[in-house]
Design a protein around this ligand. Structure first.
Ligand code: CO8
Length: 258
């Protein structure tokens, strides 16, 4: 629907879904596919009815990496001149929470795509990895940076230098994914999680996401100060007054996202 070639999009209640749909190439991430994902999530960002976003793939593959056939012949001047992969990071500019629901392979760029999302939940047969070393290249979309922050240097180094895969259970133990569910229940569990997030004030949720993401960028002292200033800001919102008043009056809050 919506004229996309490589993805499907669907709104269910307050959740916006993006399903990667390039089955013949195991959802290999071509520029076209990435552009469509970026386009869809930006539309959800601008859609007042949407409170959270789920990105998923198929049972066999979330995404088996960047498109090797598209990359194979690229020369250094070409890659440099078009700043190859630069636009892939656009996803991290989205201010609404994004859940990656991963079944099957999340390899290379697929693993990096999942790590650009805010929460990863995995089906029990999901497989994560950064196999670029086996292709004579290295992760190019944040893998060497985000994987280290997610699971620590030693585990990240081992995965990136060997090209070995990480099972869903090991990914959960290492902290890469927040939880593992039976593969058949992945989408319903991701939907429940997304609905719960979307049931809160969108304004406050965006502030909480921003504060958590700053922990990647700032020193502890700077981060604590950033958090405190945003926390202070919530007291200038309708939704903080409403949330606390609803608690005191023992009723459900009615959020106005302002
Ligand atoms: N690119 C292009 N085509 C692919 C890719 C890929 N990454 N992965 C699979 N395909 C294609 C296969 O070529 C095959 O096509 P065809 O039928 O025309 O031959 C089809 O998908 C099905 O694949 P397989 O037959 O190989 O399926 P198997 O079940 O036997 O194996 C695997 C599945 C193990 C996932 C295997 O396909 C594989 O190893 N794929 C490559 C995984 C990989 O190396 N990924 C890393 C790519 S490099 C990368 O991501 C660089 C990061 C750059 C940044 C990315 C930004 C987000």
């Amino acid at each position: 629907n919506s004229g996309y070639q490589y993805i499907l999009t669907e709104k269910k209640g307050r959740v916006g879904f993006v399903t990667l749909n390039r089955p013949k190439a195991l959802n290999a991430l071509s520029d076209g596919l990435i552009n469509e994902i970026n386009n869809a999530v930006h539309l959800y960002q601008d859609d007042k009815d949407i409170g959270s976003i789920v990105i998923t793939g198929s049972e066999k593959a979330f995404a088996a990496g960047a498109d090797i056939k598209e990359m194979e012949k690229v020369t250094l001047p070409e890659a440099y001149n078009r700043d190859m992969l630069a636009q892939w990071h656009d996803l991290t500019k989205i201010r609404k929470p994004i859940i990656a629901a991963v079944n099957g392979y999340a390899l290379g760029g697929g693993c990096e795509l999942a790590m650009m999302c805010d929460i990863i939940i995995a089906g029990d047969k999901a497989i994560f990895g950064q196999p670029e070393i086996k292709l004579g290249t290295i992760p190019g979309c944040g893998g060497t940076q985000r994987l280290v922050r997610a699971i620590g240097k030693s585990k990240a180094m081992e995965l990136i230098l060997t090209g070995n895969n990480l099972s869903a259970i090991d990914a959960e133990r290492a902290g890469l994914v927040s939880r593992v569910v039976p593969a058949a229940e992945l989408l319903s569990e991701a939907t429940k999680l997304a609905e719960k997030i979307a049931s809160h004030s969108q304004l406050t949720v965006a502030m909480a996401k921003e504060a958590v993401n700053e922990s990647y960028e700032l020193t502890l002292q700077e981060g604590i100060k950033f958090e405190r200033r945003l926390f202070h800001s919530t007291f200038g919102t309708h939704d903080q007054k409403e949330g606390m008043n609803a608690f005191v009056e023992k009723r459900n809050p009615v959020w106005e996202n302002k």
